[in-house]
Ligand binder design. Sequence first.
Ligand code: NAI
Length: 402
Amino acid sequence: KTAFHNLSVSVTIRKASLFAVSNVSITRSLATKSKHKVLTVLYEGGEAGKRNKNILGCVENALGLREWIKENNLENQLELIVTSDKEGDKSVVEQHLPTASVVISQPFWPCYLDEKRIQKAKNLKLAITAGVGSDHVNLEAACKAGITVAEVSGSNVVSVAEHIVMQILALVRNYIPAYKQVINGEWDIAAIVDRAYDLENKHVGTVAAGRIGFRVLQRLKPFDVHLHYYDKFRLPEKVEKELNVTYHPSVESMVKVCDVVTINCPLHPETEHLFDEKMLKLMKKGSYLVNTARGKIMKADALVDAIKSNHLAGYAGDVWYPQPAAKNHPWRSMPNHALTPHYSGTTLDAQKRYAAGARELLGNWLNGKPQREEYLIVDKGEVVSRAYTSGDATKGNSDTKA
Ligand code: NAI
């Protein structure tokens, strides 16, 4: 399959899936006498979560699972635990892991299922990512333990692509310092334009042209930029021509010619610390980097050095390691960044889609129905997702390296 083929198929199926989810009927064919424990790890919603029922990804609204269980009369089959308490030996997660059949987590507030936790989770059958990106699960350990790992592929890819375009423009046009001047009662045009450019005519490249990377290319085309990409799978020639995008045989060859690089590959052993000192040095002096893929794709200190030395003109994105990011994380205070907390893929529109997808995955599992192929990351002891397979994701996504 080509990357593009995979992409178009997933888009069509996704539309169908949203419809199917609302009509899901639970036949209870697989009903067991004892309840299945579903451990759901989400962020606290606080005031906003209480007020806004559309913030489905928070503890208060629990992906709509409470209502869904009620509507489908599943109270006798499922025991739902919802918590934000995920770190440390005494956490609610640690307490319930040994007896949980299903863990639902999100990349925005990830429940790291490392090797130790997977060994502890003797009853675990299914790890659902309410969103996209299952690197918080040690896939090698999941394969060994026979745990199915599934995510809601495609659910938030437009949300992320839009965020990337926004952050590229914010960096290149020097938006954040200009905004700060307004807040601070200042009016110093020269200080802003000192670092402000047009995006037009610049060279912009994406590491990976999967669902998100491809959509970034599509959205940037009307800006009259020179587009570049590297992916393990090449787009069809026709698509390359339509986008007028240049393919590179390696990340190295691409970053050398780009004014802006955006990272859109999954985190697996091949991409962990891909952007280290060496790769950052290869980037053009004065170029920008936007990473909404995963924090660990960057070598954290190497990035700080590249920014502080002005080799890179700016960095943006929304992904950190670990999450939530520590108050004193060095990226927070480095100059020339436009970083946000991890929220690009969790707009209210995206939440509706991935919450529906998570419920669909749970319902299918309970009913013994097959899952959608494109949602599966690990199945029957094997990594089956193309995005992870060729990176040899089974060679341990390291649990400890920052
Ligand atoms: P996708 O599966 O559609 O595309 C991934 C692409 O990466 C594929 O084309 C694959 O061939 C390519 N790839 C895999 N290994 C590679 C390597 N070593 N070098 C270059 N290319 C490689 O995934 P999608 O939906 O585009 O998402 C990509 C990643 O973005 C996710 O895995 C996740 O980590 C991140 N993401 C972040 C979100 C956020 O809120 N910040 C939300 C959704 C995804």
